[in-house]
Write a protein that binds this ligand. Sequence first.
Ligand code: F6R
Length: 607
Amino acid sequence: MCGIVGYVGSKQAAPLLMEGLRRESYRGYDSSGIAVLGSAPVSFRSVGKLEELELKLKGQVVEGGLGIGHSRWATHGQVTEENAHPQTDCANNIFVVHNGIIENFGVIKKKLEERGHQFRSETDTEVLPHLIEHFFEGNLEEAVKKALSVVRGSYAIAVFAVKDPGKIVAARLSSPLVISLNDTGGFVASDPAALIAHSRKMVFLEDGEVAVIEPDTFHVSDLNNQVKKKVATELDWSVEEAQKGGYEHFMLKEIMEQPEAVANALRGRLLVQEGRAKLGGLERVEKELRAIGRLNIIACGSSYYAGLAGEYMLEEYAGIPTDTDLGSEFRYRKAIVDKNSASIFISQSGETADTLAALKEVKEKGGLTLGIINQVGSSLAREMTAGVYNHAGPEIGVASTKATSTQLAVLALFTLFLGRQRGMSLTMGKRIAEELQKLPALIQQTLEQAPHIQRMAEKYATAANFLYIGRKYSFPIALEGALKLKETSYVHAEGYGAGEMKHGPLALIDSSFPTFAVVPTDSVYEKTVSNIQEVKARRGPVIAVATEGNEAIQELADDVMYIPKTLEMLTPILALIPVQLFAYYMSVLKGNNPDTPRNLAKSVTVE
Ligand code: F6R
């Protein structure tokens, strides 16, 4: 998500920090800042592009060989200078940059305020410098370790203290951090891309590790002071390759990031023992939500398909009548907004013109508006009455991947939240929460099939048309699979409800027209198998996405991609992976750049 960079050594820190931030800027950010320690600490923060921060630094004396920098992608608190990092304590002794989310910041902040700490931002991050200040007795490493044993959540941090100079203390939990040294000093960053111009030898920190970085050395230990031996990895990546985490394209990187993205979307939001979802963003409308009798989901493109799967979840498990609309249709179809209903707007960018226009229409008609948005502070996020962020991190590839899987995960959380307000039993609530918790590992397991899926793409690379079919929860995945294929590989593909085959599309089938059948072992399995048989009877090749352990499907389908078993309503999250990977590999085989499909933009701000 956000970017961290730090330097301690014989050179001036400020230009190195700015360069590091620039190299991380491809990740997306909305504000930035640096703090440098010379004879006294100086700190500069700014909203917007790095050029704004550069303007602030112009003409200033920013001398010192120790500093930390950050580019922020807002999660808690608006995009303002006060919320940008570095964040400091009351005495301006401790300077902190942080990636991640401190889940228990509310409780910590309250306790620290009772002890007289004055907070200046709306961020969760600010509890860190104050907590470190609370424990600081002259040794920064000790104070950081004590502070980190109190916090819950995820973090990558870099910290310096005016009263314990000459070092940066860095630590990680579920958010990446890398260290390197060269003959001028020590570096730390959240992304190797920021450091590769200075050294190719990288030391990657593991969860729970704390590093103390000095100009010519560093040491690593855990929160219990157990020393950790670290081995450097030599990276032979170019800066551009480093930005893609070593992957050939952002699309592949973002597909591979989905276990982490979904874990971030779920983090701190599941109360497994209570079988409930804790959605802070919905708390202020909790009472209104208890009373609503209908939901309307509004979105475009892949976000709309996620919404379709959400409709099925909300009706089946939360018992709320739900409709899903395209933003572009809703705004013109003179929809009736029932006062007894709420509308859920889903958007990665938060800037899609049609979704935004639909939101304004619902607001004008007095409806309750909720959001599932990835981009914090975006137009939709600002206009919404209440909502839940995906926390997928910036998505750079134009084709949506990790945004879609996290939208589905958040829709499952909505289902749990609203379902438990209604008739959903504790047993069912617990079951959903437990299965959701397993998802990141199951997604990882599915991703391991990438080489097999690549071979499938090679086998079918010459087909000019594809049909994608599925029923119930797999129907939106059929639509999404077809969309992913056409937008990245420019191969014609159509998504259909499998039950619709004999109402038209079956006429297309012959031995040159492959069908991608999403057929997990679920409540409609046998029905979909009948539809596959209809295709096979016309000699159409079939690629099946099926549940692990289903050997029988191999007799029917020409090729099979397996997904692990999960609760039926969560199957779309796993079935997404093979269709994304297939589209990605097809695109590369066709010689396209899947990150920038022709004629398309990442953020559709025009009608
Ligand atoms: C497809 C894709 C688009 C978007 C659509 C809505 O891969 O990315 O179909 O899903 O343009 O965008 P957001 O979610 O930003 O509103």
